[in-house]
Design a protein around this ligand. Structure first.
Ligand SMILES: *Cc1c(COP(=O)(O)O)cnc(C)c1O
Length: 354
């Protein structure tokens, strides 16, 4: 019951949100989310339409990532997808003490996965903010179940050398996972080698609720081989369908339907346009900051990290800018679809005056 005369709370607007990897959903995604709010893709025989939308979403994700016949599902986010990649690799591993080898730049969700699943996470030093295949190979051994590459790191938008890491995985007889949670919707428009078609990639994370403009929660977990999904499946006695490979049980039909709707609307032309605009914005703001004497980490993808004194970051926050630092302390400007040239221009003006 709403109290009379009390306006419902308003969410923040995106006017000054610069460091988030989430954004304004596409109108078609928002509409689909509302329509499918009361559906549960975790029970696909009861909720058949949303189950069909999920198959379409996975097929499109496969197209984006060079996988003509993809296995997978729309997860709650990158964290679940990464956890599932580790879980599948652990379950398929011959070793009873399996480990995961990843670069130091890997997302913190792997810490959670390692903790929950009881596997050792070995982090290799990076080379110029990218995974160093030699350092990763040094950490890999006969107990390595999974090698992780990041295609679009959270802090600097860097793309690991996926083909070289595929060799590291092959030498260790391990699976290769590519975490493209953020980068997956921009990388198709670059000349990078990052996906299933470029190397022997086994599993991938790619999140519609980041650059894909779906509503939260909509992550993506993809696998080349059906064996991977089988390694995750458990029997489901009280549902009509007989097994379930997802981590969650009941899950969001809103997320699934919105992911399908956003991709139906935007793949590929709309996402290409979004990428080109975002990349141009990132290069513009990187230039503007460099001209002012700041040290800027070059935006390989539409994400700029800039070394700004702590006090300046605080002053910008006081002016309403939502900015968060990297672990090394740089300020991150993530050029998400809601970030316009006007916003960036206002941001640079504020930076000049604080
Ligand atoms: C955001 C991100 C994740 C985590 O995804 P959530 O949807 O927040 O759970 C994992 N990996 C990378 C590279 C990310 O940028």
């Amino acid at each position: 019951m709403s109290k009379q005369g009390t306006a419902p709370p308003e969410p923040q607007d995106f006017e000054r949100v610069l460091s988030s990897m989430c954004t304004v959903p596409h109108p078609a995604a928002r509409e689909a989310a509302e329509r499918f709010l009361a559906t549960n893709p975790g029970d696909p025989t009861t909720y058949q339409t949303v189950a069909e939308l999920e198959r379409e979403a996975v097929a499109t994700l496969g197209e984006m990532t060079g996988l003509p016949d993809p296995e997978g599902y729309v997860a709650s986010g990158g964290t679940e997808a990464n956890l599932q990649a580790v879980r599948a690799a652990r379950n398929l591993a011959a070793s009873d003490d399996p480990n995961v080898v990843a670069p130091e730049s890997v997302h913190f969700s792997f810490q959670k996965a390692a903790d929950v699943l009881g596997v050792e996470l070995r982090l290799a030093p990076t080379d110029d903010r990218r995974a160093d295949p030699a350092a990763m190979a040094d950490l890999a051994d006969e107990d390595t179940a999974l090698v992780v590459a990041v295609a679009g790191t959270t802090e600097y938008g860097r793309v690991d050398p996926v083909p070289a890491l595929a060799e590291v995985a092959e030498d260790a007889d391990a699976l290769l996972h590519v975490d493209a949670a953020w980068g997956g919707f921009v990388l198709p428009f670059t000349d990078r080698d990052w996906h299933f078609g470029h190397a022997a990639v086994d599993t991938m994370t790619v999140d519609p609720h980041k650059m894909g403009r779906a509503v939260i929660p909509a992550g993506g977990f993809l696998a080349r081989d059906e064996r991977v999904l089988d390694a995750l499946a458990v029997d489901t006695p009280y549902l009509e369908s007989t097994s379930q490979a997802t981590l969650t049980g009941t899950r969001s039909g809103a997320g699934v339907a919105s992911a399908q709707a956003a991709m139906a609307e935007l793949w590929p032309a709309g996402y290409r346009e979004t990428y080109e605009r975002a990349q141009a914005n990132a290069e513009w703001v990187a230039d503007a900051l460099e001209t002012r004497g700041y040290e800027v980490v070059d935006p390989v993808l539409p994400l700029v990290a800039v070394d700004v004194p702590r006090a300046t970051v605080e002053a910008l926050r006081d002016r309403g800018w939502r900015v968060s630092p990297t672990s090394a302390g740089e300020l991150r400007v993530v050029c998400m679809p809601h970030v316009t040239r006007e916003m960036l221009s206002a941001f640079v003006d504020d930076l000049d005056s604080v």
